[in-house]
Each structure stands twice: as structure tokens, then as C-alpha cells.
Write a protein that binds this ligand. Structure first.
Ligand SMILES: Cc1cc2nc3c(=O)[nH]c(=O)nc-3n(C[C@H](O)[C@H](O)[C@H](O)COP(=O)(O)O)c2cc1C
Length: 179
């Protein structure tokens, strides 16, 4: 059987993002997969732009990646206790493309943040914002990597066994869902 297609979505655009590191660990924990990394560097949602030019090609490409994926992992920082604007913007664009890309898509959500709660409040907002998309969001245990700057080594590997254990639980559940 072919390896499952796994799409990773980072709610942080920056190259050195802790959420990217967490996604890389999630991919390792998931096991053999055809991995694609989403690019959320999209135009800001603008109804005038949509009317004049239609859905941007970058959004359409993202929608196709979600549709093609067997499973999705989203890792996003919270910004000021809320969902990152980058991720919200992407979700808003995705919702404008007919066919509900996320519908019934097995999806795991996690977060890494510099703060002491690891982005838990923002992560709940991500879960909330996924509701209209009807994704098949797998339940906890919740994974919020707190004080993220201290939690990854120079190779981007998670140092804390407790986080690794939760990550493995989540990714095993996701793999089981698509096997
Ligand atoms: C606009 C902004 C808002 C932030 N708000 C929070 C916050 O609410 N909670 C928190 O723990 N850290 C907050 N931070 C710090 C982030 O946790 C930190 O920048 C983290 O590295 C972002 O994730 P990334 O490494 O994946 O980019 C904020 C950072 C920025 C730039």
C-alpha cells in the first residue's frame, strides 16, 4: 500500500518557527508518509480581489493540497491569546472555494509558544475556527509546547519526554485513522 499523504500547516510563516520544528517532529512520529508542507503566504482575504480576480492561485493550490491529503497536522502559535492572523486568513480563503476541502479530513491541531501555556487559548480558537470547515478533528490529549525556546535542541528535536509521549499518542491516532 502507498504511504499516506500528510499535509503540514504552520500558522507561523517564519523559517525558524518552533511550530515548524514541532511539525517536523510530528512527521517523524507519524512514520512513513508522503509529506507536503502548506504555504500560508497568501494575499489577505479581500472580497473585491475575489470578485475581480477570483480565488488566487496560491489559495487554489492550498485547497488542492488539503483535498489530496489523507491527513492534516496544524501547528500554530497563538498571537495575543488568539489564532494567528496567517492561519485565520488561510481558513477564510479556503472557505471561499466550493467543495469544503477540510470536510471529514482527519486533522490534528497542536501549538508551540514562547509563553507558559504553550498557546492553549489560541489552540482552542483554532479548533473553534475549524468547526465550519467540518474537519474530522481528532480529540486530545492536548499538545501545547510551552516556553518553546527551551524545548528544542539545535537539530530541532523535542527535548522533553512528556511532550514526545503526547505527540506520539496524537500521531499514532492520526495514522490509525487513515490506515
Ligand atoms: C504578535 C505576537 C503575539 C504573541 N502573542 C503571544 C501569546 O499570546 N502567547 C504566547 O505564549 N506567546 C506569544 N507570542 C510569542 C510567540 O510565542 C513566539 O514569537 C513564538 O516563537 C511564535 O511561534 P513560532 O516560533 O512558531 O513563530 C507572540 C508573538 C507575536 C509576534
Amino acid at each position: 500500500m502507498a504511504d499516506p499523504k500528510l499535509l503540514t500547516i504552520s500558522g507561523s510563516l517564519r523559517k525558524g518557527a518552533y511550530n515548524r520544528m514541532l511539525l517536523a517532529e510530528a512527521v517523524r512520529a507519524f512514520g512513513p508518509a508522503e509529506v507536503t508542507e502548506a504555504d500560508l503566504n497568501l494575499p489577505l482575504y479581500d472580497g473585491d480581489l475575489e470578485e475581480a480576480e477570483g480565488v488566487p492561485a496560491s489559495v487554489q493550490a492550498l485547497v488542492e493540497q488539503i483535498k489530496a491529503a489523507d491527513a492534516v497536522v496544524i501547528s500554530s502559535p497563538e498571537y495575543n491569546k488568539g489564532i494567528s492572523g496567517v492561519l485565520k486568513n488561510a481558513l477564510d480563503w479556503i472557505s471561499r472555494v466550493p467543495g469544503s476541502a477540510f470536510k471529514n479530513k482527519p486533522t490534528v491541531v497542536m501549538s508551540a509558544n514562547a509563553g507558559r501555556t504553550g498557546g492553549e487559548t489560541g489552540q482552542y480558537m483554532v479548533l473553534h475556527c475549524l468547526v465550519p470547515h467540518q474537519a474530522d478533528v481528532l480529540p486530545g490529549p492536548t499538545l501545547c509546547v510551552a516556553t518553546a525556546g527551551d524545548e528544542f535542541d539545535a537539530e530541532g528535536r523535542l527535548l522533553n519526554e512528556r511532550y514526545l509521549k503526547v505527540l506520539n499518542t496524537r500521531m499514532t491516532a492520526l495514522r490509525d485513522r487513515v490506515s
